[in-house]
Structures are given as structure tokens and as C-alpha cells.
Design a protein around this ligand. Structure first.
Ligand code: ATP
Length: 233
């Protein structure tokens, strides 16, 4: 479904990605793990089209989208849940969700809203409350829900565990697994390698802008280097 080929990206003269290759098949959860500043966010933003690339290609369903703007990529079925959630605290939960469907007609918007509320019932209960009043875990649900409002085929998630207590991390990752089971393909980047690899089908390790390891997630969790560097074992 997604194929990233030899992708490079830079901030001024500083190269953040040196030629990254990543593939995600339909129906998979693929996790990219790595430490602070390894290039995870840069890669996700390059896939969604908000970060310029210096070389290489992004193919989505066989189509080269490398030169397409972010809106066009959303229309083709890619949605990103940004790092730090970036919800609008002074808007209601429902209005935040509607923003994710800004290119949809009223009927579609209502149907997608119901689907998000079925996935995250707490958002339905509080639909008319201001988003600022949600807990961190609920805000993450809202950020995921907003991305789902564009009815994506591929969901890109940037550090969904960030700032959450372990029990909430579990809940968010269970929700991500349910989305995959319901047919959404997921590519997620995380510093929390344990949570990310536990739910993934396959994984990649990124270090200073290069992919250094890849394989089935269960193999990566057993790999000595991964255990020492990322799992604290
Ligand atoms: P984190 O988990 O901390 O978000 P990350 O793996 O997502 O880390 P990136 O944010 O992609 O890493 O950063 C990759 C590299 O690019 C780092 O060396 C970082 O310092 C640099 N970088 C990121 N954003 C900028 C920016 N806006 N301007 C200059 N350099 C940047």
C-alpha cells in the first residue's frame, strides 16, 4: 500500500533522513521505533506531504505522490495524527471531529461521526464539551478520531503514547489494533518501542536518519540490540 524508496529530507543543510526505505502492506500495523531525534517525525511528515523531500519517492497504492500536496494525499486516503495531538481546545469535541471531514458532504460526515463515536464512546458522551477538558488519553482518542473522519485507508500515527500513563497507553494501543482489525492500515512511530512492537505485525528501527533493522515485530522484540537500546532489557 505504501512504499517509501530512498527518501531523503533535510532542515537547511542538515540531512535528517539519508535514504529511507519502508513498506507497509494493506491490513498491517507497521511500527517504526527509534530514539529522540532519530527522524521519526520527519519521515511521517514527508509521507503526509508537509515536509519537503530532497531525494527518493513516496508511492501510495502504486501512485507516485512525492510531489502531491498534503490535501491531495488526504483525498487519496492518507491521514496523519500529529505529534502532540494538536486538537483545538476551545472547540467542542464534535467540532474538532468535523474539521477532519472538511472535504466531505453532510451525509458522509454524519456517518463517519457515528463510526468514530462507536470506536470511542467517551467522545460521544462528551460530544458538546470543549476539547480542552479532555484527559490526555481522551485527547489522543480525539486526535485519532479526527484523522478517521477523512475515511483513510492508511493512518499515520506520531507517538500516540506520548505523555500517557501506562494504562492509557494500553487503551490507545488496543483501539489502534481494533482499527486495524476493522480494515485500516496503520503506520506508527514511537519512542515507546515495547508498546509499538507489541501490537505491530512488522517493525523498523531508525537511528540518525537511517533504517538499521527491520523484520517481524516479534523478532525485533527478541533482538539483543533492540532489547538493550529500546526495551531497557
Ligand atoms: P522525537 O521523538 O524527539 O520527535 P524524531 O525521531 O521524531 O524525534 P525528528 O523530529 O524527525 O526526530 O528529527 C530528526 C532530526 O532533525 C533531529 O536531528 C532534529 O534535531 C532535526 N530537526 C527536526 N525538526 C527540525 C527543525 N524544525 N529544524 C531543524 N532541525 C530539525
Amino acid at each position: 500500500m505504501l512504499s517509501v524508496e530512498g527518501l531523503g529530507s533535510a532542515y537547511g543543510r542538515i540531512e535528517a533522513l539519508h535514504g529511507v526505505n519502508v513498506a507497509v502492506d494493506a491490513g498491517e500495523i507497521v511500527s517504526l521505533v527509534g530514539g529522540n531525534g532519530a527522524g521519526k517525525t520527519t519521515l511521517l511528515r514527508a509521507i503526509s506531504g508537509v515536509q519537503p523531500v530532497t531525494k527518493g519517492k513516496v508511492l501510495f497504492e502504486g501512485v507516485d505522490v512525492t510531489r502531491l500536496g498534503p490535501h491531495r494525499r488526504v483525498e487519496s486516503g492518507i491521514a496523519q495524527v500529529p505529534e502532540g495531538r494538536q486538537i483545538f481546545g476551545s472547540l467542542t469535541i464534535e467540532d474538532n471531529l468535523r474539521l477532519g471531514a472538511y472535504r466531505r458532504n453532510r451525509g458522509e460526515t454524519s456517518a463517519f461521526l457515528e463510526r468514530v463515536y462507536d470506536s470511542f464512546p467517551v467522545l460521544r458522551e462528551r460530544r458538546q464539551s470543549l476539547a480542552a477538558g479532555l484527559s490526555g488519553g481522551q485527547q489522543q482518542m480525539l486526535a485519532i478520531g479526527r484523522a478517521l473522519m477523512s475515511d483513510p485507508k492508511l493512518l499515520l500515527l506520531d507517538e500516540p503514547s506520548m505523555g500517557l500513563a501506562p494504562i492509557l497507553v494500553d487503551r490507545i494501543f488496543e483501539a489502534i489494533t481494533r482499527l486495524r482489525d476493522a480494515g485500516t492500515t496503520v503506520f506508527l512511530v514511537e519512542q515507546n518501542a515495547f508498546a509499538a512492537l507489541s501490537i505491530a505485525d512488522r517493525g523498523y528501527v531508525i537511528e540518525t536518519g537511517d533504517i538499521t533493522l527491520t523484520g517481524p515485530a516479534s523478532d525485533l522484540m527478541r533482538d539483543e540490540r533492540v532489547r538493550e537500546a529500546y526495551l531497557g532489557v
